[in-house]
Design a protein around this ligand. Structure first.
Ligand code: DC
Length: 222
């Protein structure tokens, strides 16, 4: 089944989500964003009133039992994450969720709980799946593997220009610092750290337009 998977991994704000979504669109296949699954677990835990600055497997274990996570095809044809029957949408992209999600994603029981769900998506046929460990852990046998990166400054600029994740008053410097902290957490955790698979194609997107990155990827796939 893994031969149907196009894995796109990379650090925060490297442009992966935009690129992965557009590559999937061009190919007319589903796009699954696994970061949203970690964000949805984090949102639910926050709603339960848990103090996530002190994160542990014991604290999250009962939370996992309360969660039903799905990716549902919407009228637009895109797959959207559903958390206990609700489309959380922008609620999983707040600065608060972003500040805790790396701690939640570092917990082995959370990752184990999500692995099976992520592998199940192979049933959809050809898919683009995006995350941190798709090419290394979830689908090591993926047909195509890409690892996207960009300089911290470039990533901070993109984040600032783009979404509601940047807190009020944020600067390129403050965001670059927050991004570097998350990179460190994601790449030094014991379970499934952020890491380029040996056989993944590395693309440094600094100075490249979205269109150039997409064309570069599609050249390998076609
Ligand atoms: O891609 P993102 O910023 O939405 O990811 C949110 C967090 O989830 C990030 O801290 C890394 C983590 N993550 C992960 O550990 N493994 C994945 N496959 C996807 C995301």
């Amino acid at each position: 089944m893994a031969e149907n998977v196009i894995a796109i991994d990379g650090p925060a704000a490297s442009g992966k989500s935009t690129i992965a979504g557009m590559v999937a669109d061009r190919l007319g296949i589903p796009y699954i964003n696994t970061g949203n699954m970690y964000r949805a677990v984090t949102l639910h835990a926050m709603r339960q009133g848990l103090d996530l600055s002190e994160c542990s497997e014991d604290k999250l274990a009962p939370v996992l039992k309360q969660i039903k996570l799905d990716y549902v095809k919407t009228a637009s044809g895109q797959y959207e994450i559903m958390l206990n029957g609700e489309f959380p949408g922008a609620k999983i992209r707040t600065p608060e969720v972003a500040s805790f999600v790396s701690l939640v994603a570092a917990l082995p029981n959370v990752r184990t709980w999500l692995i099976d769900k992520q592998r199940e998506f192979a049933r959809l046929g050809r898919i683009v799946m995006e995350g941190r460990d798709i090419g290394t852990v979830i689908f090591p046998g993926a047909q195509y593997k890409f690892f996207l990166t960009a300089s911290p400054e470039e990533r901070a600029k993109r984040r600032l220009a783009q979404d509601g994740e940047a807190p009020d008053g944020a600067t390129v410097e403050s965001i670059a610092k927050a991004i570097a902290e998350r990179d460190l957490l994601d790449s030094t955790r014991k379970t499934a750290p952020l890491k380029k698979a040996d056989d993944a194609i590395l693309i440094d997107t600094s100075g490249m337009s979205i269109e150039q990155v997409i064309e570069h990827i599609l050249r390998y796939i076609k």
